[in-house]
Design a binder for this molecule. Sequence first.
Ligand code: NAP
Length: 197
Amino acid sequence: MKIVIVGATGTMGKHLTSAFEKDHQIIKAASKGADIQVDITSSTSIENMYKEVGAFDALICTAGPTFVGPWKKLTDKEFRQGVEGKMMGQINLVLIGQHYINPKGSFTLISGALSHEPQKNFANASAANGAVEGFVRAAAIELENGIRINAVSPTVIEASPQYFPFFPGDIPVTMQQLEFGFRKSVLGANTGQVIKV
Ligand SMILES: NC(=O)c1ccc[n+]([C@@H]2O[C@H](COP(=O)([O-])OP(=O)(O)OC[C@H]3O[C@@H](n4cnc5c(N)ncnc54)[C@H](OP(=O)(O)O)[C@@H]3O)[C@@H](O)[C@H]2O)c1
């Protein structure tokens, strides 16, 4: 399979790249330092990425920038980081990518447990995750040619210890559990699902 990983240079993306590249052709995309540069906050940049990639079988997105910080600092400006980034960035990857993806292809987006288990400092991510999950359920009944779409929703992952203090009581998700959530979406038959890991 030809799989595009947007966010391939990040914590999740690096792990998923090395896991999937054993059996598949991986195209790594990120805002810098990858095979292909893309800024998911720009629909023009996304269109250019797809033109460069050509036809593909699956897209995984682990790029989902949001504002993380105290409630007192959360204003319209900061909130738009998640709206333009994690929410519209991922939605546009699908709205534009549906015209390039092969029939029976799949999109797998990144959400997170914050959609249903809020934590302090993460209101922007909670809202963006909720939007992404709603979009995934709706897009699944609209996408044509057998194209599937799911979101993977982990709590804090073991490779991000800097976030552990913000998720008291949560047992970190192992990188293998995270990877298997993505495997379920990319290699399975489900669509419209939020895959909790
Ligand atoms: N880490 C966790 O514990 C955890 C748990 C649950 C959910 N999540 C969610 O999972 C996602 C990824 O987490 P992560 O820890 O892997 O993040 P990360 O290490 O910061 O990696 C983010 C990746 O996305 C890329 N990226 C960021 N903004 C972009 C943009 N505008 N256009 C294109 N690429 C962009 C980055 O590339 P550049 O550096 O080149 O910009 C990088 O490759 C986030 O949405 C986060 O909310 C994370």
